[in-house]
Design a protein around this ligand. Structure first.
Ligand SMILES: [Zn+2]
Length: 470
């Protein structure tokens, strides 16, 4: 038995290690107001959302650690009303909207300096009018996109959040006031009733800003199908819901089939449950153990529960990895006939502040995976060969963690014993003249639909679809 001192020592060592891991992947600090704007590490968020006929409001208590002295940066798109840091009111609204140094995105910087290596409690009150009742109904899907060219389309659209590198535990207390209409929630957190039209939802510690799924709607609006998937390790509750019985039915049977296929290829499903909102629209998005999707893109989106929301990108620079892998699967794992020998391409050498994934992930990214599948075709693990064998091990080692491009490269090098510096320099980071140059380019939707292009990745939802899907 260990002494309590050893236990506390181990605990401190563990929290120091995980804390250091997280912040090392953060975008760097930069000069700001005669000091610096600095990244911080969220430890936990306690969030309260109060839905009302008007003036719906949010309140968050964020426990975070600072590593450098300066003004902390984070993000929140809805208007901040006021903020308190360590029990003291911050003047004005508490934070300022600021451009990233290279202008690839904007985010909030707190109007208060913190010391280095310290723990803090930040309270934020914010306007949540996006939740306001309409004729006694709250129909809000907390939709996201990883393809919006200026970012700011993850959880920060709805509540305070950090950049994607940061994993933090979140508890949400959601209450719908001012209506007698019964509501229900679909989510990838664990839900407990907290009264009539009130819920407590716990999201796990490994979630990042791109992980959360939440859909609030009036009860019995959707056709809901439930089943348990007997996975290799766990019994996984599955929900498929849709406006039509046939889509809900097909969503459920397709999910059960694809989960089995992916477990056989990459190993046990890592999340608590799976929730699919199956629609007739062509857009889609993956969340952890959940998706909004058409039936045709469902398998692609379930793949993202292994890669994207199982092994998770730490920024827009590593977003190409999971799209390349999922698109490679969509095409039944084609193997190239040679190692890469083509024009350079930038998949992951953009600004460290970048939050969105390049559209080249679906074409050149997938191509690179199929070329590495050729290069490593003699590597075997269990019944798998080549990149499938490598990715199964990569998933085993890195599930529920965020990864950088450098970490992916060194993982591949360690596993294969090959130096991939030249390949990554040319086919992942592009030529130096391309770096930081296509930041202003947004995703071109037709890129996803060209004749020779077979990824099942759905294009982002249009504005009109977003309104209809709530
Ligand atoms: Zn995708």
């Amino acid at each position: 038995m260990r002494s309590w001192k050893t236990c506390i020592g181990l605990l401190l060592l563990h929290s120091f290690v995980s804390l250091a891991d997280d912040i090392e992947k953060a975008p760097p600090s930069f000069p700001y107001r005669q000091s610096k704007a600095v990244p911080v590490d969220f430890k936990s968020v306690e969030l309260r959302l109060d839905v009302r006929t008007s003036k719906s409001e949010g309140y968050a208590i964020i426990e975070f650690d600072s590593h450098e002295a300066g003004f902390p940066f984070f993000d929140l798109v809805p208007s901040m009303l006021r903020a308190r840091l360590n029990g003291r009111e911050i003047a004005g609204k508490g934070a300022t909207l600021v451009d990233a140094p290279d202008r690839v995105t904007k985010f909030m910087v707190l109007d208060e300096v913190v010391a280095a290596d310290a723990s803090h409690v930040l309270e934020i009150w914010f306007d949540a009018k996006y939740l306001d009742l309409n004729k006694g109904l709250c129909r809000v899907n907390f939709m996201m996109s990883d393809l919006a060219s200026s970012g700011r389309e993850f959880w920060e659209q709805y509540a305070p959040a950090n950049f994607e590198f940061d994993q933090f535990k979140q508890t949400l207390w959601l209450t719908i006031h001012d209506t007698t209409t019964p509501h229900e929630v679909f989510t990838n957190g664990s839900v407990a009733s907290a009264g009539t039209n009130a819920w407590k939802i716990d999201f796990p510690e490994y979630f990042t800003t791109s992980s959360f799924y939440l859909h609030i709607t009036d009860k019995d609006r959707f056709q809901v199908r439930r089943a348990n998937f007997q996975g290799m390790q766990n019994l996984v509750p599955i929900i498929s819901y849709s406006e039509t019985s046939s889509l809900a039915d097909s969503g459920l049977s397709r999910t059960l089939q694809v989960m089995k296929e992916l477990e056989n290829t990459y190993g046990p499903y890592p999340h608590e449950s799976f929730v699919a909102y199956v629609t007739n629209y062509r857009g889609g998005m993956e969340h952890v153990g959940s998706t909004i999707t058409s039936l045709s893109a469902l398998a692609h989106e379930i793949t993202h529960s292994w890669f994207a929301r199982g092994v998770m990108p730490s920024s827009g620079n590593s977003g190409w990895i999971d799209e390349a892998i999922a698109s490679w699967r969509d095409n039944s794992y084609p193997q190239a006939k040679s190692a890469p020998s083509r024009s350079p391409v930038n998949l992951g050498g953009f600004s460290p502040y970048r939050r969105h994934t390049t559209s080249a992930a679906y074409t050149d990214g997938m191509k690179l995976i199929s070329e590495m599948d050729f290069m490593f075709r003699d590597i075997a693990r269990g019944s798998q060969r080549g990149m499938r064998a490598i990715l199964a091990d990569f998933f085993l080692e890195n599930q529920k963690k965020t990864i950088t491009v450098a970490a992916f490269q060194s993982y591949l090098e360690n596993f294969t014993g090959r130096d991939l510096t030249a390949i990554f320099r040319r086919y992942v980071y592009g030529s130096s003249s391309m770096r930081f140059s296509d930041m202003a380019k947004s995703l071109v939707p037709e890129h996803l639909e060209s004749a020779d292009f077979k990824t099942q990745h759905p294009r982002p939802f249009t504005h009109e679809e977003r309104l209809l899907l709530h």
